[in-house]
Design a protein around this ligand. Sequence first.
Ligand code: DGL
Length: 269
Amino acid sequence: MDNRPIGIFDSGVGGLTVFKEIRTLLPNENLIYFGDTARVPYGNKSPVAVQKYSLEIAKFLEMQNVKMIIIACNTASALALSSLRNEVRIPIIGVIEPGVRAAIKSAHNNNIAVIGTKATISSGAYQNRIKRLRSSINVIAVPCPLFVPIVEENLMDTKIALDAMEMYLSDLKKTDIKSLILACTHYPLLKNQISKFFDNNINLVDSAYETAKEVKETLEARRISTEQETPGKESFFVSDSPETFSNIAANFLNRPIDGKCIFHPWAEI
Ligand code: DGL
């Protein structure tokens, strides 16, 4: 039994989709979230930059005495998970493996589609992982960079979102795809709209939920769950304005953030 907090990090606010699922499955765990709001977005940055940022955050979380680190960001999971595992001694979970496993389980035919940021898609991380687990599967991967600002601006139910879906997903709709991985923190907030775009005839794999399940299983397997019987504490750190983060965070969590949001500029780390 281990009452230390779980550390969760993302390039910004989007990782709260993962935070929310973890909170639902593990109500008594203490959680620390780091949103790198000063350097967001990661989705169009180089692997070297994302690896450097991710390592700085992982070291910061280690200093907060976390028992495990969750990389909630798909881009950071794609580009930095393996390098972080060499640098950090506590367990680290990314969002790719859980999403891929769920997609393979639910694939009704030999086709799986993946949508994510430019950096996630061009890294090939999802495509390679799927192929390694089931080489017969045909993977179609499409970057959808405008979906992130659409979600952050709360434009999910507008023509702008529909036009972006037409632009990115029309070709995919013409294929025989039945399983689509939402490989970006922000995309679960577009779930209903994407499902409707595919005439509700597609299985959307939400990496956030799948990752939360993996966190629970890992805590149990390693016997490091909390023994607290009261709701876990929550703290939030951001590298830019806490006010801006707190305002957008409410959309992601469907509630105001509970606990303090602390400004943590990089110069102080
Ligand atoms: N968190 C990023 C991801 O899941 C999306 C936002 C960004 O580009 O930083 O890929």
